[in-house]
Design a protein around this ligand. Structure first.
Ligand code: NAD
Length: 436
């Protein structure tokens, strides 16, 4: 199959490279010339483990190409995937569909022969109908079908998620489109990945329901963690105790600083808006959004408390900036609110992240960046673990203790056991561990 990806970001590039690896002929298009230049030169515009090798192999075998020129790439394609951003719209939090509709208009003009246009971007219910209307209006003679195929990959494990998905959801009407979509995903079907073929609106909503559910699970355990701190219980053990129940499942039950990233915050908010507009508000998710927003700032207060109630003029070292490990993505990372909260209270912040520093720079003011965890901690009155990168999982506490101004560790990801840190003379604060 000839596949074109419009948008070569975290989703478009990974999906495109994986489709090429399945044997399809793929062109990844992006309107950002810097991204395409980098890709043509063999450099990855994002950090995603394994992506550089996957791209290099498929480029070498002539199955994967990159361009800023959308029209020829669309004209040749059996399927054109829209994988552009759908950020929160300023002001009301609804998904901003400007990029999707713009892509649809550009695709419309370039269509030749029957083409399946697939929205892979996360889009609110009814967006497929609007994409169809836009294309029909721009090119009344075009032969096409609009399909919804939401993506469930996780940054940091994106290639594995794409190649071994729990399920593939395809929302469509019409046999012709179904034949093309089944052919594209045939290698995964052979691997027995469940393929759910639904109506288009159902597929669109399934993505939001999945993300809202996961965000709810995280928020639930975070509130249980707060309660644990008050009543002398251990959230790690509560998580394990409930997670071993198959009806609940162990994943997404790690208490921490609140969810962030490029998906959960904007998708929960967009679902809230869709539901309100439809006259069926989802109050549970509205609460999740509000609780999570408050939590990020509350984490700054937790650090301040660990520093004796004031951080004015104090140097605070932050380890981990990205919203989770193994990505360079800084969008809506809890670190942003935590660092700003500390700075508002007068702290001087120094930070280190293995991959996120370049993306963090434009988002944060007056932060100094260190070259590694130990340089970051030097002279600091507290060390705060915000993201659980592997590099922070076996810190040398004796070495840290010698170079820090005060032995204070705030572990917002519960990476360590209290005893092992306290043994080195550190005052240790974590999340939801009220025992002891
Ligand atoms: P991204 O910002 O990394 O990439 C989007 C790309 O689209 C950018 O490179 C941009 O330049 C390009 N673009 C925008 N308009 C274009 C146009 N008209 N023509 C060509 N290129 C254009 O975004 P992302 O993280 O890949 O997310 C894309 C979509 O996938 C979003 O809807 C997101 O919610 C969804 N999604 C993301 C993830 C994730 O983990 N990042 C997971 C599942 C779903």
């Amino acid at each position: 199959m000839r596949v074109t990806m419009v948008g070569s970001g975290y989703v478009g590039l990974v999906s495109g490279a994986c489709f090429a690896d399945f044997g399809h002929t793929v062109t990844c298009v992006d309107k950002d010339p810097g991204k395409i230049e980098a890709l043509l030169a063999g450099r990855m515009p994002i950090f995603e483990p394994g992506l550089d090798a996957l791209v290099a192999t498929n480029v070498a075998q002539n199955r994967l190409a990159f361009t800023t020129d959308l029209a020829p790439a669309v004209a040749d394609a059996d399927a054109v995937f829209i994988a552009v951003g759908t950020p929160s719209r300023r002001g009301d939090g609804f998904a901003d569909l400007t990029y999707v509709f713009q892509a649809a208009r550009e695709i419309a003009k370039a269509l030749t022969g029957f083409t399946v246009i697939v929205t892979k971007s996360t889009v609110p219910v009814g967006t497929g109908d609007e994409v169809e209307r836009i294309i029909r209006e721009a090119n009344p003679d075009a032969e096409f079908a609009v399909v919804s195929n939401p993506e469930f990959l996780r940054e940091g494990a994106a290639i594995d998620d794409f190649k071994r998905p729990d399920r593939i959801v395809i929302g469509l009407e019409g046999e012709r489109a179904e034949t093309v979509m089944r052919e594209i995903y045939r290698p995964l079907y052979l691997n027995q990945a469940p393929i759910l073929v639904t109506g288009r609106r159902t597929a669109e909503l399934t993505k939001y329901a999945a993300n809202a559910f996961l965000a709810t699970k995280i928020t639930f355990i975070n509130e249980i963690a707060d309660l644990c701190e008050q009543v002398g219980a251990d959230v790690q053990q509560v998580s394990r105790g409930i997670g071993l129940d198959n009806r609940i499942g162990a994943k997404f039950l790690h208490a921490g600083p609140g969810y962030g990233g490029s998906c959960f915050p904007k998708d929960t908010l967009a679902l809230v808006k869709t539901a309100q507009d439809a006259g069926t508000p989802i109050r549970l998710v509205e609460t999740v959004v509000a609780v999570n927003d408050q939590r990020k700032r509350a984490m700054a207060r937790k650090v301040i408390l660990a520093c004796g109630g004031a951080v004015r003029g104090k140097r605070i070292a932050v380890l981990g900036l990205t919203f989770k490990p193994n990505t360079d993505d800084m969008r809506d990372s809890p670190a942003l609110s935590i660092i700003t909260g500390l700075q508002d209270a007068g702290a001087e912040v120094i930070a280190y992240d293995p991959e996120g520093i370049e993306q963090a720079r434009p988002l944060l003011d007056k932060v100094t960046y260190a070259a590694d965890a130990y340089a970051c901690a030097e002279g600091a009155e507290a060390l705060v673990i915000v993201t659980e990168w592997n590099a922070f999982r076996a810190l040398d506490f004796a070495r840290l203790g010698r170079s820090m101004a005060a032995k204070v560790l705030v572990d917002l990801r519960n990476v360590y056991r209290p005893e092992e840190v306290e043994r080195h003379g550190f005052a240790y604060t974590s999340v939801g561990r009220g025992e002891g």
